[in-house]
Design a protein around this ligand. Structure first.
Ligand SMILES: [Zn+2]
Length: 658
């Protein structure tokens, strides 16, 4: 008695990618509803099953759909926006500002649809995502008929979809509650990374994931810098740190794990953590080489991911499989590392297991969902074909097949592509909509790149601080006179600080843009030891607002920001036309003279060697106040033995450049 099924796929080279790596040639697969009913040699399957729809696969490879184990699909709309940059400049200088400006549910849905079209066309049936407005990723993916693990992002700072961490948690909980049990979508929570979350957030996201028994998707140990910072701040590397926060109580999917040692690999294994290895992203961002062979030997489920299309720049899993193999070989000096069979297993069964959905997909096994693809291995770039060794079939797929050789894709028992034609998405319409979005983003960036001020503001955290000061600066022959002058009874010393000041000035081709000053104050104790460092960034548009007797100036500077990034970051971000460095030793007194506070700076400018200077400054708020203070400044110049000394511009940089 033959059994009836919905679809019978015959005359195929079947690569099951199951635990035994069974192959059937010619083989057949029977599908009923959303599931695979039988897989085996064609003659046996045909004897047992009949179907309304019998599809002759014409000798193509029939295999499980590929699993993209880590990505941020809406970023298709940011593909190619800024490349060849360091991670921090790329992320904080470009991605985050553009996301702050443009992210919306519509943006996310369009980006996801574009990604789904690309994923289907390249043979992917499941992807694991992490982004904002993740419910819209889920809607678009389900609409396209793709399977996805969708992780709602949680960060320690405000995002486009959540003004606070608490809002992000509420959004994640709500999303998970409503989507849990969906036939295609597995909702998840995504604390972005240990360095963008707090210990408390890691604990709470893990608890939420456990409460609903959904995966927790995060980035771990991606760069050496991340590990270095973690060691400095918490005295331990990344994996023990997140373990300490209870993260591994959840079903974790960890992207990257580039910088992990053997002990950490064992910890990951003991807690059943799934790994996504992302070779293109690691290569492009120069993050390093993940110890893939060691992770596989330890028995970890290591899948392969493309990472977001802004850091890859495509979602091509065929390319990713090949790179996973090649990078493992090159980085270990071992051509036997990650053979084709292993790479393909990672991109299918191991990937599904890494996403904690190995019971649903990842191999052509009876009972699993019918997520399968047809790959044509007959084109000239993949001919001829050898059959001597089972491994020949894997080598053909991993080393010579192109994603464009995928002709048909079925997800959950439903065709989403037949004969290279997408059935659930309109490709030409998506290309048009993407080009319109790109125009808007281009216009935004063109305007921003034209203004140093806009670029500074785009970094976030900068504050407009209008600071008016009455000030004078004179060149000194004898600094000892200042010390003696400060001992006079009219002057009350409130505070004295000593520090080394390192300034780097960025100049731009258009002087009207002002200049950026990156300043590092190193506070010194009595012994001259550095006790603290304070970096600051200022856009010095310093204009003279007014001038009083004896060259006392009223000046204004605007836009200060705490310099949270390195000098290197700002250099790569602002791309100055010229830089000038200035180092000085500064004694800074806060004094009170005639009921008015002044700062007295006694500077020794060491590089360039400009010598000693006295600077007297006071904040001011009104014209009348400024005039009165300008008089007091002149009195102080006399008291400090500096009257009649030549004044210099308010800013050493003019001197330094002479
Ligand atoms: Zn990522």
């Amino acid at each position: 008695m033959t059994q009836s099924v919905d679809v019978l796929l015959t005359n195929a080279i079947v690569l099951t990618m199951d635990a035994k790596l069974n192959q059937y040639d010619p083989g057949a697969v029977a599908v009923r509803g959303d599931s695979i009913v039988a897989v085996g040699p064609e003659d046996e399957i045909k004897k047992e099953y009949t179907a309304a729809e019998i599809i002759d696969c014409k000798g193509k490879v029939l295999m499980p759909g590929l699993i993209n184990a880590h990505t941020h699909v809406p970023m298709t709309l940011l593909r190619g926006i800024a490349d060849d940059l360091r991670l921090d400049v790329w992320l904080q200088g470009y991605m985050w500002p553009v996301e702050r400006e443009f992210l919306s549910p519509d943006f996310v849905r369009l980006g996801t649809q574009i990604a789904c079209a690309e994923l289907i066309k390249s043979g992917v049936t499941t992807f694991n995502d992490m982004y904002f407005f993740e419910e819209d990723v889920a809607k678009a993916a389900a609409g396209a008929g793709l399977r996805a693990v969708c992780g709602q992002t949680v960060l320690k700072f405000p995002t486009s979809d959540a003004p606070s961490y608490e809002d992000a948690m509420a959004r994640a909980r709500d999303f998970i509650q409503r989507w849990k049990g969906h036939e295609l979508i597995v909702p998840a929570i995504s604390p972005h990374a240990p360095y963008t979350t707090t210990a408390e957030m890691l604990r709470e996201t893990a608890e939420l994931a456990q409460e609903f028994d959904v995966p927790l998707h995060t980035h771990l140990a991606e760069t050496a810098l991340e590990v270095e910072n973690m060691r400095r701040e918490n005295n331990m590397p990344v994996i023990p740190y997140v373990k300490k926060q209870g993260l591994f109580g959840a079903k974790v999917i960890a992207a990257h794990c580039v910088h992990v040692d053997m002990g950490e690999i064992r910890t990951l294994k003991n807690h059943g953590v799934g790994i996504s290895h992302n070779p293109s992203s690691n290569l492009k961002l120069a993050s390093g080489f993940a110890p893939v062979t060691k992770m596989l030997e330890a028995g970890l489920n290591v899948g392969i991911g493309t990472d977001g299309p802004a850091s890859n720049n495509d979602l091509d899993m065929f390319e990713e499989m090949r790179l996973a193999s090649f990078v493992a070989k090159a980085s270990s000096n071992d051509p036997t590392a990650v053979p084709a069979q292993t790479a393909l297993t990672m991109a299918t069964r191991l990937g599904a297991q890494a996403l904690h959905i190995g019971h649903l997909t990842g191999s052509l096994t009876p009972g699993r969902r019918a997520d399968l693809i047809l790959v044509d291995t007959s084109p000239i770039h993949n001919s001829p074909r050898f059959r001597r060794d089972h491994n020949n079939a894997y080598a053909q797929i991993v080393y010579a097949s192109k994603s464009t050789d995928v002709s048909d894709v079925m997800v959950n028992g439903k065709w989403v592509m037949r004969g290279h034609a997408l059935l659930t998405l309109n490709e030409s319409d998506l290309i048009y909509q993407a080009s319109q979005a790109a125009k808007r983003i281009d216009a935004f960036l063109i305007e921003r790149e034209g203004s140093v001020l806009s670029k500074l503001i785009a970094l976030g955290g900068s504050m407009e601080e209008e600071s008016y000061e009455v000030q004078v600066k004179v060149r000194l022959q004898d600094p000892a006179k200042v010390h003696a002058g400060l001992e006079q009874p009219e002057i009350a010393i409130e505070r004295l600080r000593h520090y080394d000041q390192h300034d780097t000035y960025f100049f731009f081709a258009d002087p009207a843009q002002g200049r950026i000053r990156y300043r590092e104050d190193e506070f010194l104790d009595e012994k001259g030891q550095v006790t603290a460092t304070r970096p600051r960034l200022t856009l010095v548009g310093q204009k003279r607002e007014d001038e009083f007797a004896h060259d006392v100036l009223l000046s204004r500077s605007r836009f200060l920001a705490p310099a949270t990034q390195s000098l290197r970051f700002y250099r790569e971000y602002f791309k100055p036309a010229r830089e000038v460095e200035l180092n000085k030793d500064r004694l800074r007194w806060l004094i009170r003279y005639k009921e008015t506070e002044f700062f007295i700076n006694l500077d020794n400018v060491e590089t360039p060697a400009l010598g000693h200077f006295l600077e007297i400054k006071s904040r001011t708020w009104s014209r009348g106040d400024a005039e009165r203070k300008a008089e007091l400044v002149n009195e102080l110049l006399s008291l400090l033995g500096a009257a009649g000394q030549p004044t210099v511009t308010e800013d050493y940089i003019e001197l330094a450049m002479e």
